[in-house]
Design a binder for this molecule. Structure first.
Ligand SMILES: Nc1ncnc2c1ncn2[C@@H]1O[C@H](COP(=O)(O)OP(=O)(O)OP(=O)(O)O)[C@@H](O)[C@H]1O
Ligand SMILES: [Mg+2]
Length: 587
């Protein structure tokens, strides 16, 4: 029996005759087949969130329940693709409909007509259990989309062969205890349900981002969760783009939710032209974009972050490290508020529904480092990073507060730094990373033995600078001790020549961790030599005019291919100071 529309309010539709429906079932509305989801059930009446334009809907139109929750098709064809908030491929919709996507255009994520080369990695007779890889498709030059035994299926392979297949073709048959199960390359997964893992593991390694202030001062772990809150125009989107471009994750999922269309256009135009530093191949070979810009249906924005994290989980399950960005979770929360308002729910703080925190958590909690199902010990991770845009930069507002309770890394952007054009405007006085303890050890063991010592020196110098500047504002610079003057000098080098990083400079946009370590060493060495010179009675002017000091300002523009130039700066600093200190001894 079909339901009938009794009321339409914006994107919310009420239908009667829906007694067989369940919460979160997906429905098709009217003869156009608009996609909707059931958000509330009262007796036989269902309140339905429609994810497409409801223009032209009438009371009395049919509503058909699919009996399934809103789901995403997962399989080969996701990489390099662009999806809308409910996981429809915008690239194939564009091919079919051009610029004007017709309402009711279906829910396909994958191309069902395209053939893929499936390479079997198991043989007939092999015993397999769910999560095991049975084959793969070399989908791009750098990523194999692995075909895994579906959840709940274990047994002996009856048939399997390599060859060209459509995503819906059967590539293997498995004899299980209760019959024969077929395996294709496409599976549907309800976007609001986390894909299970065998065990969540503690994080243990750093996601390197090529952004110096992040990697050095406020690092994020593979499998970690972070937020980038900042006022209007402070650089949230640029930070997210930088992480999508340069982080050393295997797969990147970028969700543009509720941001301006032109920002997404920038991504669509720029990403295909960029080369991934790890693989030297086009960035799009490992990237999936979800575009739900401010001019697209607001309801689909709410779904978009779950669509994104479902895709992230799909690749995590293959043993990849995945990073997902959501820009911005504030626009996402506004969509949630709008929908809650239409449902006439009791509003909580600032009109957001009381379940705001739960919903945010149900996104971030799907991140993590995990031991996966399957016989071979596979580990995969999802790192989740959300931008937050609090009105007027007020961090006490509900979305920021709810986010801060969940995330472990906080890169707080400040309008003061952005105004001074110090980018990234991550304010070192308010930002933190709770992964520092674990990752300090990782950096010392994997990058350089005294990495954490140098990092602590940077943090301490910046704190000292803030204290000394307070004094300067009262009594002026000249009365400071030489020691304090040198602290200010070193802090300036740290800020301008190390932390400041121009996202739009060809070389500066990315710093490998090796480059960062060498830059840090040079600043650290300069500070140590300068300190020695102060102890030996040299004046501030003498110290800051050592010739090699000028080279510190050029460090960030040393290309990755010429890192030995940074070692040369270290040698020059040593030579200059040794000469200077010898003078003292001779005198
Ligand atoms: N790392 C950077 N290097 C150079 N310029 C930067 C950097 N980060 C931000 N900017 C400058 O700041 C501008 C605003 O940045 P962005 O669009 O990321 O801000 P936003 O916080 O996302 O703004 P909105 O609140 O409008 O979403 C950029 O267009 C750019 O000029
Ligand atoms: Mg932005």
């Amino acid at each position: 029996m079909k339901g009938k529309i009794t009321k339409v309010t914006g994107s919310l539709v009420v239908a009667e005759n829906m007694q067989d429906a369940k919460m979160f079932d997906m429905v098709k509305v009217s003869s156009k087949g608009l996609v909707g989801e059931i958000l509330e059930l009262r007796d036989s009446n269902a309140s339905i969130q429609v994810y497409e334009s409801t223009n032209g809907l009438c009371v009395g139109d049919d509503v058909e329940n699919t009996g399934h929750p809103l789901s995403m098709e997962l399989g080969p064809g996701l990489l390099g693709n662009v999806f809308d908030g409910i996981g429809r491929s915008l690239l194939s919709l564009y091919e079919d409909f051009g610029n004007r996507i017709l309402a009711g255009a279906g829910t396909s994520s994958l191309n069902h007509q395209k053939k893929w080369q499936f390479v079997a990695t198991k043989n007939v007779g092999d015993e397999v259990s769910f999560g095991d890889e049975i084959g793969y498709v070399q989908e791009t030059e750098i990523i194999k989309t692995k075909i895994l035994v579906p959840f709940g299926v274990s047994g002996k392979i009856l048939s399997i062969k390599s060859g060209e297949f459509l995503v819906d073709d059967i590539v293997a048959k498995i004899k299980t205890l209760d019959g024969t199960k077929t395996v294709s390359m496409c599976q549907k997964w309800p976007i609001r349900k986390p894909r299970p893992v065998k065990q969540k593991l503690p994080v243990n390694s750093s996601l390197l981002t090529g952004q110096r202030i992040i990697d050095t001062l406020f690092p994020i772990a593979k499998g970690g969760v972070a937020a980038v809150p900042g006022p209007f125009g402070s650089g949230k989107t640029v930070v997210q783009h930088q992480l999508a471009k340069w982080s050393d994750a295997d797969v990147v999922v970028y969700v543009g939710c509720g941001e301006r269309g032109n920002e997404m256009t920038d991504v669509l135009k720029e990403f295909p032209t960029l080369v991934d530093p790890k693989t030297q191949k086009s960035l799009m070979q490992k990237t999936i974009l979800i575009a739900n810009t401010s001019d697209m249906p607001v309801a689909a924005r709410e779904a978009s972050i779950y669509t994104g994290i479902t895709i992230a989980e799909f690749f995590r399950d293959m043993g990849y490290s995945v990073v997902i960005m959501a820009d911005s979770t504030s626009r996402w929360a506004e969509a949630l508020r709008e929908m809650s308002g239409r449902l006439e729910e009791m509003p909580g703080e600032e009109g957001y529904p009381a379940y705001l925190s739960n919903r945010l958590a149900s996104f971030y909690e799907r991140a993590g480092n995990a031991l996966l199902f399957g016989k071979d010990k596979k580990i995969g991770s999802i790192t989740a990073i959300g931008a937050v845009s609090p009105q007027g930069g007020d961090l006490s507002e509900p979305v920021t507060q709810a986010t801060l309770k969940i995330v472990k890394v906080f890169w707080g952007l400040s309008s003061k730094l952005a105004y001074k054009r110090h980018f990234p405007a991550i304010d070192w006085m308010i930002s933190y990373s709770s992964y520092s303890n674990v990752l300090d050890k990782w950096f010392n063991e994997n990058i350089v033995f005294n990495f954490s010592e140098m990092k602590n020196f940077v943090t301490k110098t910046l704190q000292q600078e803030a204290e000394i500047l307070d004094i300067v504002s009262l009594v002026g610079f000249d009365v400071l001790s030489t020691f304090d003057k040198i602290v200010l000098d070193v802090a300036e080098i740290i800020r301008d020549d190390f932390l400041h990083q121009n996202a739009f400079d060809e070389v500066d946009t990315f710093s490998s961790i090796q480059k960062q370590a060498k830059m840090l060493k040079n600043v650290f060495d300069y500070a140590s030599f300068a300190q020695k010179a102060v102890d030996n009675g040299f004046s501030y002017e003498e110290i800051v005019s050592v010739p090699s000091k000028k080279s510190l300002a050029k460090m960030k523009f040393v290309s990755e291919k010429e890192l030995e130039k940074l070692d040369k700066i270290a040698e020059d600093l040593r030579t200059d100071f040794v000469l200077m200190l010898q003078k003292e001894v001779i005198a």
